[in-house]
Design a protein around this ligand. Structure first.
Ligand code: ATP
Ligand code: MG
Length: 223
């Protein structure tokens, strides 16, 4: 269905366009619209391929030590232009030196999907706060937005493939972002949870385990 819709739109427009001669402006409008739909199909196929590859080889992570706070800083810098268009501020807090072996491109994709949602589902002039906290055996990253929130009955489903709370409020997108995020985080041995209240905002908590030997050597007293 998600693939068929943009293809149907493209086909319809092309058929109408070919029925009779058009002005250059009309051709331009039709081709631009078709280009948009092509991009959507391309994005969807990219997401689906990423998911499929991951399912068959979740152990194939290429991990390298990464400082979680600097990685979040890097992600936020990438997302700032998008947020600025809606005058949304992204804040970052937390401690440096929480270093975990991560497949950086994949885990960055996971966090980008969460922050992309935070921007998408937060009205203009809102705020997004990201915090990195170190607990005994894990790095916990919280992402809180001041957005529209998610109804209680939808919360258990938002990590499902193709699940969208309300088609009208998520006109772009396919409901794949969070399922990709969850798959990537779980492949790293981590977990993701969500709390939300409609009208005031949403918090995602991502917990990534710190390898045992590293936790020992840093500050954990083993008795
Ligand atoms: P895609 O990520 O594929 O572009 P999407 O954003 O609709 O599409 P998901 O990222 O998987 O899909 O999110 C699923 C649904 O959960 C969204 O459609 C949206 O309704 C809801 N949601 C996710 N994050 C938030 C948020 N921060 N605030 C409010 N609703 C959210
Ligand atoms: Mg999304």
């Amino acid at each position: 269905h998600e693939l068929r819709t943009p293809l149907t739109i493209m086909r319809g427009e092309l058929e109408v366009a070919l029925k009779r001669p058009r002005t250059p402006e009309e051709y331009h409008a039709i081709l631009s619209s078709n280009l948009e739909e092509t991009k959507k199909v391309g994005n969807l196929l990219g997401d689906l391929l990423a998911l499929a590859r991951f399912d068959s080889s979740s152990s194939q992570l290429s991990r390298e030590p990464a400082d979680v706070l600097s990685m979040m800083q890097e992600i936020i810098e990438d997302m700032e232009t998008l947020a600025a268009r809606k005058v949304i501020i992204i804040e970052l807090a937390g401690q440096e030196g929480v270093v975990i072996p991560l497949d950086k491109p994949k885990i960055m994709r996971a966090f980008i999907n969460i922050i992309d949602n935070a921007v998408k589902y937060t009205p203009e002039r809102g705020k997004i706060s990201v915090e990195v906290i170190r607990t005994g055996q894990a790095a916990v990253v919280s992402i809180t937005d001041s957005g529209i929130g998610i109804p209680d009955e939808d919360l258990p489903h938002i990590f499902d493939r193709f699940y969208q709370v309300d088609k009208s409020r998520s006109s772009q997108g396919f409901g794949l972002g969070l399922s990709i995020t969850k798959t990537i985080i779980e492949a790293h041995g981590g977990s993701i949870t969500v709390e939300s209240s409609v009208g005031s905002g949403t918090t995602f908590l991502v917990s990534l385990p710190i390898p045992a030997n590293q936790a020992d050597s840093l500050n954990i007293q083993v008795t």
